[in-house]
Design a protein around this ligand. Structure first.
Ligand SMILES: C[S@@+](CC[C@H](N)C(=O)[O-])C[C@H]1O[C@@H](n2cnc3c(N)ncnc32)[C@H](O)[C@@H]1O
Length: 263
């Protein structure tokens, strides 16, 4: 009898942001096929909290620019383990369906006749900006947002500063993306924040504008993983310098420092 595959979103790397359903799936697993980003931090966090998981853990983590295990091989591994009758959890960073290739893994398993269950996760696109006190929408400031990958060259995105843009995988192409976005309605002085390694040991926030952010990032040695947020919502962050944060707004995010420790 074949097993089953759970596609589980691990969230951005803090075990507190794994869902209860995700935890139950992990507890039922014979084998956990884990990403590097997000998933590894969650497994380590659970172990530190005394949660014991019996499953064998297979690390298929990808470093930026290095595909440790090619996607086809990951798909084949999921199918092979499930056909051998095992319960497999594919633990993926953030949400499986947000730039996570979760759909490809789902279809590969389904084509092999394997039952798949999906557990959504907390995406970094929303949770990492929140660490810097940045809501993606805010009444009177922004009413919509776009999440885009800037892994390759970013295409021009319509809208002004009231339409927040969130870039994932955007560190390597930051200068080009900033130029592209500044050419539109947003302009060079549109606020930008970069949040590196959210929930991790290297967590750090850099705030600037589309005109300045590439130079700031180079100077500070900004590294992946990072989420880039573009738009007027950045002004709401306690990390925003006074010159940027001059909007007259009442915003009091719980548990976010009113004054940034450092910029
Ligand atoms: C391949 S995408 C996967 C996104 C994931 N499925 C999600 O929903 O968060 C990886 C990118 O997500 C972002 N990312 C994921 N976790 C992050 C974290 N803890 N801190 C900063 N950025 C993160 C970075 O832009 C990274 O390059």
């Amino acid at each position: 009898m074949s097993g089953r595959v759970w596609l589980v979103g691990a969230g951005p790397g803090d075990s507190g942001l794994l869902t209860l359903r995700g935890l139950r799936a992990l507890e039922s697993a014979d084998v956990i096929v884990a990403d590097r980003l997000g998933a590894r931090g969650v497994l380590d966090g659970l172990a530190a909290d005394g949660v014991h998981l019996d499953a064998e853990v297979v690390d298929v983590g990808k470093l930026p620019g290095h595909h440790a295990v090619p996607q086809d091989a990951i798909n084949a591994l999921l199918v092979r383990e499930a056909l051998a009758g095992r319960t497999v959890v594919r633990l993926k960073g953030g949400d499986p369906y947000v730039f996570g290739r979760g759909g490809e893994e789902l279809f590969a398993c389904q084509e092999a006749g394997i039952e798949v269950r999906v557990v959504p996760g907390v995406t970094s696109a929303v949770s990492v900006p929140a660490l810097a006190g940045i809501p993606l929408t805010h009444r009177g400031v922004a009413t919509s947002f776009t999440v885009a990958t800037a892994h390759d060259q970013l295409l021009p995105l319509g809208g002004g500063r009231d339409h927040t843009v969130v870039l994932l995988m955007g560190v390597g192409t930051l200068a080009q993306s900033a130029l592209t976005l500044a050419r539109g309605e947003r302009g060079g002085d549109c606020p930008v924040a970069i949040v590196e390694d959210g929930f991790g040991a290297r967590q750090r926030v850099t705030v600037g504008t589309l005109a300045t952010i590439a130079a700031q990032a180079a100077e500070r040695g900004v590294r992946s993983p990072a989420v880039v947020v573009v738009g007027d919502v950045v002004r709401l962050s306690p990390y925003a310098p006074a010159a940027l944060a001059s909007l007259d707004l009442t915003f009091d995010p719980l548990a976010v420092p009113r004054k940034a420790p450092s910029l």
